[in-house]
Write a protein that binds this ligand. Structure first.
Ligand SMILES: Cc1cc2nc3c(=O)[nH]c(=O)nc-3n(C[C@H](O)[C@H](O)[C@H](O)COP(=O)(O)OP(=O)(O)OC[C@H]3O[C@@H](n4cnc5c(N)ncnc54)[C@H](O)[C@@H]3O)c2cc1C
Length: 412
């Protein structure tokens, strides 16, 4: 198989390459080669430029300040930025531009679109996602954070956890129980709440690599205006699932590119250390390369499905299983190959799960950091066990997984 893109797309690819070479610093080697404070300054300036050139939200319609790009153009933007090690936005943009923006575009009122979308693009509003709770993760509909109307305001009480980038955000989109007597999927509302207020406390949680990426968020009589809701009260479950319909496959071929770059780095490291003379190491690397090639083929198949206009269905579950397990296994192989040299915990942690410049730090200890950062990949965005359930039911047609009783939620 030697898949190629349509020749008509070449011009667009060249224009993106020219944009990158004209605007990235001359000695650019990827965002992780900058010192942490320079990374922040560069990313903010770069974000402003992308917003100006309509590349910050390539998938949003042009009328809302997005790129209004076709699917194939979005793919090209993602691929070329990944190859150049250039970020598209800041960490909270995954949630603001990738999740909340599309939710508002699909389900928000015209007034909400006019108010929130430009503030996301300007960076004035930076969002985090308040779904998971200590007792509601995979079974998200079991959530207990409550909101009740008090005059013109919602009053929120409860706790969210694993809130990525909550310390960098000023707003949270939060799923709350607004009817305790309804069946559990039917009593939830999708509220928008400012974080900077006395009723909210954001407490850091350090991850296994020692980085501050996520948080706990406590709501004690926190308040938000009555109209800070997407959709109707108690319709929040439908709103969260609507977002899936927006999935277009714009980055389906980017993840395989980044995973291959990480594997290339490992093969280079094994060569430098003379480890490729060991037949067991060669077998290990060949097995990883085979899986990476399969991942690449799957990405192209997903893109083909998306381009044909068919819904993506269970493709995203298959892709998530493939890339997260391969990413983890590459980092395990790296520790095997480096042996005790990998033990020194040095190196830069990636600021996103799959960093755009793939490895960032070439020091042997950088692999330990990557090993730890790869661990949660099989948990977030729906754990791999849940993805296997989806593949079992929707691809293989196996009997449905027994669900917990859908009774009303007892008081917390
Ligand atoms: C790095 C990271 C960032 C995150 N960011 C956010 C965020 O920004 N906002 C947010 O709201 N949440 C976030 N999460 C939370 C994430 O969505 C949950 O961790 C995830 O949904 C799993 O829920 P849980 O941790 O409660 O585990 P549980 O649901 O308690 O699951 C525990 C174990 O049981 C397995 N399991 C559960 N149910 C089933 C089943 N039916 N069949 C088979 N196995 C099952 C799971 O796979 C898992 O291995 C983040 C998590 C991580 C790791």
């Amino acid at each position: 198989m030697d898949p190629t893109y349509d020749a008509a797309t070449d011009d667009y690819r060249h224009s993106i390459r020219s944009f990158l070479s004209d605007n990235l610093p001359a000695d650019w080697r990827g965002i992780h080669h900058l010192a942490p404070e320079e990374q922040q300054r560069f990313t903010e300036d770069w974000r402003r430029l992308l917003a100006e050139r309509r590349l910050l939200a390539p998938a949003w319609p042009a009328e809302y300040g997005g790129g209004g790009l076709s699917l194939i153009e979005q793919v090209i933007v993602h691929e070329e930025f990944a190859k150049a090690g250039a970020p598209i936005g800041i960490p909270t943009d995954v949630l603001s531009i990738g999740m909340l923006g599309p939710t508002i575009i699909i389900c928000g009122t015209d007034e909400q679109k006019r108010h929130y979308l430009p503030r996301i693009l300007s960076g004035e509003d930076r969002w985090c996602q308040g779904y998971s709770e200590p007792d509601a993760g995979s079974d998200l509909a079991g959530l207990r954070t409550r909101a009740v109307l008090d005059g013109d305001e919602w009053v929120i009480n409860g706790q969210k956890i694993w809130t990525s980038h909550g310390h960098l955000a000023n707003w949270i989109f939060v799923l709350c129980r607004t009817d305790a007597n309804a069946p559990k999927h039917q009593g939830i509302s999708f509220l928008l709440c400012p974080l900077d207020q006395p009723g909210i406390e954001v407490r850091p949680i350090l991850n296994a690599a020692g980085s501050h990426e996520f948080n706990e968020v406590f709501f004690t009589d926190a308040r938000t205006p009555r109209d800070c809701i997407i959709g109707n009260p108690n319709d929040g479950w439908r709103i969260t699932t609507q977002l899936l319909a927006y999935e277009r496959g714009g980055d389906s071929t980017t993840v395989p590119l980044v995973v291959q770059a990480i594997l290339d780095r490992l093969i280079e490291t094994a060569r430098e250390r003379g480890r490729v003379a060991d037949p067991l190491v060669r077998q290990q690397l060949a097995a990883l390369q085979t899986r990476s090639s399969v991942l690449n083929g799957s990405g192209l198949r997903t893109l083909t499905t998306a381009l044909s206009g068919s819904p993506l269905g269970a493709e995203s579950s298959l892709s998530k299983l493939q890339w997260t397990e391969l990413y983890q296994d590459i980092t395990v192989a790296a520790l095997d190959i480096l042996g005790p040299d990998a033990a020194a915990h040095l190196g830069t942690a990636p600021h996103v799960p799959l960093p755009p410049d793939a490895m960032g730090d070439t020091a042997p200890g950088g692999w330990v950091t990557h090993f730890m950062c790869a661990r949660p990949a099989s948990i977030y965005s729906g754990s791999n066990e849940i993805q296997r359930n989806i593949v079992g039911e929707r691809v293989l047609g196996l009997p449905r997984e027994p669900k917990p009783a859908s009774a009303a939620i007892p008081s917390a």
